[in-house]
Design a protein around this ligand. Structure first.
Ligand SMILES: Cc1cc2nc3c(=O)[nH]c(=O)nc-3n(C[C@H](O)[C@H](O)[C@H](O)COP(=O)(O)OP(=O)(O)OC[C@H]3O[C@@H](n4cnc5c(N)ncnc54)[C@H](O)[C@@H]3O)c2cc1C
Length: 299
């Protein structure tokens, strides 16, 4: 049964079908979607946020889907906790990052799609989604479309999402290449990142393909095309990654905020590539290894 009514003066709607949800969104400009409300709730309690209408998707059963296929399909209602368990053996690197995402309570309420839609440049799941070429299904009043996660972001909190559209599913490929994910925060647990990174390499003697995404260095998570181009075709030697670090530093213009200075982020952007080499290649000569993600805390 769908729910409808007014809460603190705004319209609240909890439909049970996607077509009702997108119609409501189209008819209520400025409507805010709620999943776990771990972001939206903070806006309300700390920033006196109000919206003309709120749309809760949790009653739409179709959006509870979590299944294997060519990619993992993650419905908009799937909690981070459920996703974390599902990927434990499928994507161990991302699993370990989710272990230090917020707290168990936040992961039980919050969703993967909420993390994507919130669009924070320091959202912890995003670097993986960028290097894995994850995709989003968007539903609107005239049908659905599928877009790469990376093209969803048009600037700081600006999205490729039409007024009638909602994100219904995310499609998450399972990366088998050499992969490391990083979250740098002041403390290990229950802290927001100052810097995040995903480094994915396909190596066959030489680096055949490099995909690198950084968070916390620009208004959105970004790929690092100059670093990727530099690494491609090279042998995975420490010196190569040190030079790549210098290129990374020149490729970004981070800002100073409460979580870290611009200089600190530039240093992280440079050093993380040498750190990656030590973790992926040092113990086995130049052979890639697949285990071990890192959550960094500088203290
Ligand atoms: C104490 C605390 C700790 C946290 N720790 C972390 C952390 O370690 N790492 C991290 O990355 N984040 C963290 N967060 C932020 C937050 O928990 C995540 O971003 C979470 O994934 C949001 O999911 P949600 O379902 O609660 O989203 P909501 O708050 O419900 O929504 C978030 C945004 O996405 C939009 N949205 C939601 N669903 C859809 C949809 N289907 N279609 C279109 N738009 C949609 C909403 O309108 C809103 O703008 C933390 C938050 C708190 C309060």
């Amino acid at each position: 049964m769908r729910g409808e009514g007014r809460v603190r003066g705004y319209q609240f709607f909890a439909p049970t079908a996607i077509h009702d949800a997108v119609r409501f969104k189209a008819e209520n400009p400025g409507c805010t979607i709620i999943q776990g409300a771990t972001d939206v709730g903070v806006w309300v309690t700390k920033r006196a946020f109000t919206a003309p209408a709120m749309l809760y998707l949790g009653k739409i059963e179709e959006l509870n889907e979590l299944k294997d296929g060519a990619s993992i399909t993650v419905g908009a209602n799937v909690s981070l906790a459920a996703f974390e368990v599902f990927i434990r053996d499928r994507i161990p690197e991302l699993y370990r990052i989710l272990n230090v995402f917020g707290s168990p309570q936040i992961r039980c309420a919050g969703t993967l799609v909420g993390n994507i839609a919130n669009g924070s440049p320091i959202g912890d799941t995003l670097p993986y989604l960028f290097v894995a070429d994850a995709q989003l299904e968007l539903a609107g009043t005239t049908g659905t479309r599928v877009i790469p996660v990376a093209s969803f972001y048009r600037g700081y909190k600006k999205f490729d999402l039409k007024p009638d559209e909602i994100i219904t599913r995310a499609f998450i490929p399972v990366v088998k290449d050499t992969l490391k994910l990083y979250k740098v925060s002041r403390r290990r647990d229950l802290d927001i990142s100052a810097f995040t990174a995903a480094i994915r390499l396909r190596v066959n003697g030489r680096i055949e393909e490099a995909r690198i995404a950084y968070g916390g260095v620009a208004p959105t998570v970004v790929r690092m095309p100059k670093v990727e181009k530099f690494l491609t075709g090279k042998s995975p030697l420490l010196e190569t990654f040190q030079r790549a670090g210098a290129i990374a530093r020149a490729e970004i213009k981070p800002i100073t905020d409460v979580r870290g200075s611009a200089d600190y982020r530039l240093q992280l952007a440079e050093n993380i590539l040498s750190k990656f080499w030590h973790e992926a290649f040092r113990s086995s000569g130049t052979r890639p290894s697949h285990d071990g993600c890192r959550q960094e805390h500088p203290a």
